[in-house]
Design a protein around this ligand. Structure first.
Ligand SMILES: Cc1cc2nc3c(=O)[nH]c(=O)nc-3n(C[C@H](O)[C@H](O)[C@H](O)COP(=O)(O)OP(=O)(O)OC[C@H]3O[C@@H](n4cnc5c(N)ncnc54)[C@H](O)[C@@H]3O)c2cc1C
Length: 536
């Protein structure tokens, strides 16, 4: 393991220029966090073979016990439940490091710590917490949350899985969940359902921790994903599965609140992971650019290369600055505005994917190889724009919330002491909240515009307030301001946009058949079932 990591690796945080007005003791990682970070770098160097995991579509056998031993599977669980009780800062730092190493390991650890454990920590009964949390925190059991279904992903309220209250107070769950990461590997998982009383009367939504050894639970097929191949997603079915009353998360009707516990923290963890993925891609891109000679000389000395790298570094720094801000608030016991969780998720995942793509492009043909980290990052991290709320769905949600409460725009953005010119741009962005759409489609576009404007107003105001910290911070602020200006130009265009009707669009697309046909492969596929003559 590296011995000097403690001294060297945290120059960033010990540098007053860079971090967000943190008291020194909050800025430095705790001893346990340093230990975990050292472990991860050692693990990456000595043990890990990401490509092998990818090809085998499974996590290496040693990962779970070694991660458990290092404390990685219960990062924020209180010590009384055998967890590490780390701060948000330490947790996000560890997740950033992990994402820089491998997306599969990042997602496995994120699902356990940010998707599976929080609903239990925040909403389970004391008895369930006492029974379950020590097992999870010590990595003796994995956990996850099951919300998505075949018929719904973005729209949680459209779920059909149903829990019915029985006369004895227990509940019976019926339904199917899909896409559930670690769904077949978890001993305990959180499942979110509609709720009915014993007469079939709708009572809203509910969440339950369930023991997956209970009769009625079946872990179904693994989905063959494009990337993130070592972390399985499964279809889960619940057929007359009985759950004791005190395994409910919170009270009857509080299912959406409990589900939010699974998804809000996860959005920030994904932002931390995005920072790790951006930094690692840029390290490799910079390595190549300083070694490769092209027609103009050394690649890194080319003006266009310099511009691409600078923009990518600015994007990374902008996301990091937002995350630092939110982390600081959380560690101080404050609750950041809910919409900032969405802003962080949207900006981080979108900018991360651009940075990974540009890094890959900078590597030329080598970017298309499967043998360095950037190509697999491109495939694996694509997911971040989809799960924990797909970008479009949550941008529209943010816009809708702001349209309902226009004062919220200023309250969120003016919390950052921005320059006069950025404040003027933000005020112009906020003025879009006064617009009213005529048709439903215009309203969707308006909400998207507002969500997007809020995102870039936050980024421009925030980075403007940190612009004097260094030359790079000044550039980052300028870059975010430019992005906001661009978004305003697009917004002016979008709100008045006249689009062809849906039927015109669809009939145009249907016309493609004339030139390319419309052919699906009839795959012979593989036989996976046991032959009936051999079956019991
Ligand atoms: C690898 C992987 C792991 C996953 N792990 C889990 C897990 O552990 N637990 C779990 O519960 N789920 C999990 N999911 C599911 C994931 O959260 C959903 O797939 C995601 O929320 C998107 O839902 P959907 O697929 O139904 O897309 P849809 O809701 O069908 O969305 C399709 C498109 O429409 C857009 N859209 C949707 N609504 C709107 C709107 N109102 N306005 C404008 N555009 C909109 C979306 O942005 C998207 O581009 C996982 C998915 C994947 C791929």
């Amino acid at each position: 393991m590296t011995s000097d990591l403690n001294q060297r690796a945290f120059d960033r945080t010990s540098n007053e220029e860079l971090h967000w007005n943190l008291p020194a003791e909050t800025a430095m990682p705790s001893g346990k966090a340093v230990e975990i970070l050292e472990f991860l770098r050692w693990y990456a160097r000595e043990r890990l073979d990401s490509r092998r995991m990818d090809e085998r579509r499974s996590i290496d056998l040693g990962v779970v016990p070694e991660f458990a031993d290092a404390g990685l599977l219960g990062l924020q669980v209180p010590r009384r439940y055998q967890g590490q009780e780390l701060s948000y800062r330490d947790t996000f730092r560890i997740m950033e490091q992990l994402a820089a190493i491998d997306c599969n390991l990042f997602v496995m650890t994120a699902v356990q710590n940010a998707v599976g454990i929080p609903p239990i920590m925040q909403h389970a009964s004391d008895r369930v917490k006492a029974d379950v949390l020590p097992l999870l925190a010590q990595g003796k059991s994995l956990t996850t949350s099951a919300a998505s279904e075949p018929g719904m992903g973005s729209n949680l309220r459209a779920m059909t899985t149903c829990a019915t209250r029985n006369r004895d107070g227990s509940y019976t769950i019926n339904g199917t969940k899909r896409w559930i990461s670690l769904g077949a590997a978890s001993h305990y998982l959180n499942v979110f359902t509609r709720l009915c009383d014993e007469h079939g009367e709708q009572l809203g939504y509910a969440g339950f921790v369930v023991d997956t050894t209970t009769p009625g639970f079946t872990a179904g097929p693994e989905l063959l994903t494009l990337g993130l191949k070592a972390v399985p997603q499964n279809i889960l079915t619940f057929k007359d599965m009985r759950v004791p009353a005190d395994w409910m998360l919170g009270a009857e009707g509080e299912g959406i609140t409990a589900a939010n516990a699974a998804f809000m923290l996860a959005r920030l963890v994904l932002a931390a992971g995005s920072v790790g993925a951006m930094k690692r891609s840029l390290e490799v891109a910079a390595r190549y650019a300083t070694r490769r000679t092209v027609a103009t000389g050394l690649l890194v000395d080319n003006g266009r290369t310099q511009q691409v790298l600078t923009e990518a570094v600015a994007a990374t720094q902008a996301v990091e600055t937002l995350l630092d801000h939110l982390t600081f608030q959380l560690d101080m016991g404050e609750q950041p505005p809910e919409l900032l969780y969405f802003v962080a998720k949207i900006i981080a995942s979108e900018e991360m994917f651009t940075v990974v793509d540009r890094s890959l492009q900078m590597l030329g043909a080598r970017g298309f190889l499967d043998t360095n980290i950037v190509g697999p990052f491109f495939r694996d991290y694509r997911l971040f724009r989809i799960f924990e709320g797909a970008t479009e769905a949550i941008t529209v949600y943010v816009g809708k919330m702001i349209h309902r409460n226009p004062a919220g725009f200023g309250e969120i953005v003016h919390a950052f002491p921005a320059s006069r010119q950025v404040t003027d741009l933000v005020d112009e962005a906020a003025s879009f909240t006064a617009l009213r759409a005529v048709t439903e489609q215009e309203q969707h576009i308006l909400y998207n515009v507002l969500g997007d404007l809020l995102c870039w107003s936050v980024m421009a105001a925030l980075t403007s307030s940190t612009a004097t910290r260094s030359e790079m911070h000044a550039y980052t602020a300028q870059w975010c301001e430019h992005k906001l200006r661009q978004r305003l130009t697009e917004a002016r265009r979008d709100v008045g946009l006249e689009l062809p009707s849906v039927s015109t669009l669809l009939s145009h697309i249907a016309g493609y058949e004339e030139t390319i046909g419309d052919v699906d492969q009839r795959r012979p596929d593989e036989e996976h079932c046991v032959d009936p003559l051999l079956m019991r």
